[in-house]
Design a protein around this ligand. Sequence first.
Ligand code: NAI
Ligand code: MG
Length: 501
Amino acid sequence: MSSTQAAAETPRKYQLFIDGQWVDAESGKTFETPNPATGKTLAEVAEGDKADIDKAVAAARKAFEGKWSKTSARERGRMLYKLSQLIEARAKELAELETADNGKPIREAQYIDLPGVVENFEYFAGWATKIEGETIPVPGQMFNYTLREPVGVCGQIIPWNFPLLMAAWKLAPALAAGNTVVLKPAEQTPTTALELGKLIQEAGFPDGVVNIVPGFGETAGAALASHKGIDKIAFTGSTEVGKLIAKAAADNLTKVSLELGGKAPNIVFADADMEQAINGAMMGIFFNQGQVCCAGSRLFLHEEVKDEFLERFKERAGKIKVGDPTDKATQMGPQVSEEQLNRIKSYVDLARTEGATVLSGGCPPTLEGDFQKGYFFQPTIFSEVQNTMRVAQEEIFGPVVSVITFKDESDLIRQANEVAYGLSAGIWTRDITRAHRFAREIKAGVVWINTFNMMNAASPFGGYKQSGYGREMGKHALEMYTQVKSVWVDLSGKPIGWFGK
Ligand code: NAI
Ligand code: MG
C-alpha cells in the first residue's frame, strides 16, 4: 500500500498568519494534527488563543479602516480571481494535503473539494464589482438611495469535514464585499487553510485583510465568537456549538450566521428509477465518510420497494473500497478523528439497544500495516428504524444510514419533517407533481430531486429550523456580508414645513 507524500515527510510546521506575518502563538504553544489514516503526526501547528485572537482582530480592524477601505471593488475582484488561479495551479498538492489532514479519498479532494474552492473564489471575484445600492421612488421632492456597505471585521469559524472548501465559502463572499476576516480553522484540519494564507499573500491582499488563527474551539474559537471587536461571526459546525456562538454573539449583538447539523431525509418512492436511487443513496451517506452536514442519513423507502432496494443497496455498500485515501481507487478513507470514530461506534450500540437491525457494516474494516491505526469504519446500514429513535433524530456524522419504511405521501411528509434539523432533503420519483409538492412541503433549505449533494457557488445553501440561519454561496451570501444604508436628500431647497412659521 502506498502512503501519502504529505504524510511521508517529517512533520510540517505552521505558524499563525496575523497582519501579513507568520508568527508563533503568544503562549509559544503548539499542537499536533495527525493523519487520520495512520495516526501519525502530519504537522505541528502554532496554537492560537485569546491573546492571538486579540492581535488578529486588531489587525483586521486596522486593515478594514485603512488600506482595504481604499481598495476599489475592481481591485478586490482581481485579487480574488488571482487567488482562484493560484489555488488552481497548486490544486494537486493542496488536494494531497487535504487528504493527509482530513482522510478523505484523494479522488474526492482532487475532483470535488479543490474544484469547488476554485469555483467559489472565481464566482465571488465577479461579484465584487456588482454589489450595488438602489434608488427608491419616495414621494415628494426627495431623493432616497441606498449604499450597500461591508459589515466590517468578520470572525469565521469553520469545521474539519471540508477544510479548504469551508474556508472558501466563508472568505470569498466576505472579501468580495469588502470585509476583513479572522478565520479559525478546525483543530483537526488546520493545514490547508494555512497554505491558503500563503496564496492570499501572493495574490496581493493587503496585510491584515485575512488573518488565520488555528487553535481549539473552547479557547481560540470562543475568544473570537465573544470578541467585542468583531462585527459579524460566521460559523459552520455542530448545532450544540452553534447555540454557544449565538449566545456569545448576543452579548455584543454581533451579527451571526450559522450553518449547523442535519438529518436529511432521502426518499425513494416505488416509481423511482431504482439504479439511480441506489446510487443517490450511496452518494447521500457514504460520500466523505458520511461527514457531511447535508448527508442523506435518513433513508425513507416505500414499503413496496423496500426489500428489493435494501438487498441491492446492501450489496453495493459491501463493495465500497475502504482504505488508503491516497489510492485513487479508494472510495472511503478514515473518519477524521478517534473521537468521531468512537461517536459512530456508540451510535451502533445505540441502534441495537433501540431495536434497529444492523444490516451491514457496524464495525471497522480489517486493514493492514499503518492503516490498522487509522480511524476507519465500514459503510453501515441500520434497517427497521423508527423515525422517533435517536439514531433517526441525531446527527451521527459517519457512513451510517438509518432506513425507515413509509406507506403513503402524507405519512412520509409528516415523518420527514419530524426532526429538529432542516438543512436538505432528497426525493427519488418519476412523478413530477409529487416531486414539486414535496419540494414545497419539506422544511429544508436545499431540496434535491432525482439527485443528491449537488452544489454550485451560484446556488444558495443553508438551513431551516435548527440547521441554522443565513445562506452561503450565490448572491444570498452577499447579504450576510453587507449592510444597507439609506440616504435621504432634500431636492426642494425649502425648510422642513412641520415646525415652520
Ligand atoms: P464543533 O462544532 O465543536 O467544531 C466546529 C468548529 O467549531 C471547530 O473549528 C471548533 O474548533 C469550533 N468550536 C468548538 N467549540 C467552540 C466554542 N465553544 N466556541 C467557538 N468555536 C468552537 O464540532 P466537532 O466537535 O468537531 O464535531 C461534533 C459534531 O458536530 C459532529 O459529529 C457533527 O455531528 C457536527 N459537525 C457538523 C458540521 C457541519 O458541517 N454542519 C461540521 C463539523 C461537525
Ligand atoms: Mg466540539
